[in-house]
Each structure stands twice: as structure tokens, then as C-alpha cells.
Design a protein around this ligand. Structure first.
Ligand SMILES: [Zn+2]
Length: 124
């Protein structure tokens, strides 16, 4: 009796011993087994390549908004400005900021004018 049963570890030697004892049934003829092995390897490579192509394809479609850092796919509208892609939501916010920019500047100017007048008044 071979002492392979003392260890259940799947070392290559163990597997060979167990294989020799007919543990891996049903038995295939060696040529068929070799073919299956090749087919499995080819399938694995093919699957791997498909996965790689898919990932590459998806990554190409994938965009990260420079401002809000949201990950978007091609369906999401946005614009590339310089080297950065910005999503529509952030662009709307930017547009709003730009539209109110003049008003904002006037408010700042008014505030500093008032502050100046107040300071001058206190100086008298
Ligand atoms: Zn954004």
C-alpha cells in the first residue's frame, strides 16, 4: 500500500500517485486527454485575450471627470478642455459660475468700496 493517503495535499507527486491508482475516473485514452489539455489551454488563452480586449475596449470608453472625479462611460456627455475631460454636470456649474461672474465681481467691488468708505469715515 502506498502511503499517499497519509497526506491529502495536492502536490504534483501526490496527484501522480493518485492518478496511477485510478482515482481520477473516468479514464480517457492518452491521446484524447492530450487533446483536451491542449483545447483547455487554448480556451484559457482565448478567454484571456477576449477579456483583455474587452477591458481595453471598456477602458477606452471610460472617462473620469477632472472636477468631480466621477467615472463615466461614453454615454455621458462631457467635453475635453485642454487635456482634461469634464462631465456635463460640472460644465453646467462652471457655466453658471461664469454667467454670474460679472455680478459676483460687482458684489466684491461694492463690498471693498463700502469697506474703504467705512475706513475713510473712521479716519476723519
Ligand atoms: Zn464632473
Amino acid at each position: 500500500m502506498v502511503s499517499y493517503h497519509l497526506s491529502n495535499s495536492a502536490t504534483p507527486l501526490n496527484i501522480v500517485i493518485r492518478y496511477c491508482h485510478g482515482e481520477f475516473l473516468p479514464k480517457e485514452n492518452p491521446a484524447e486527454k492530450e487533446n483536451n489539455k491542449k483545447k483547455n489551454v487554448l480556451d484559457a488563452i482565448s478567454e484571456g485575450r477576449k477579456m483583455e480586449a474587452y477591458t481595453e475596449h471598456r477602458t477606452k470608453d471610460m472617462r473620469v471627470c477632472w472636477l468631480c472625479e466621477t467615472v463615466c462611460y461614453k454615454k455621458k456627455t462631457g467635453k475635453t478642455i485642454g487635456k482634461k475631460w469634464i462631465c456635463i454636470d460640472c460644465l453646467r456649474q462652471l457655466k453658471e459660475t461664469m454667467e454670474t461672474f460679472k455680478q459676483w465681481e460687482e458684489e466684491i467691488a461694492l463690498e471693498s468700496e463700502m469697506k474703504k468708505q467705512l475706513d475713510d469715515g473712521l479716519g476723519c
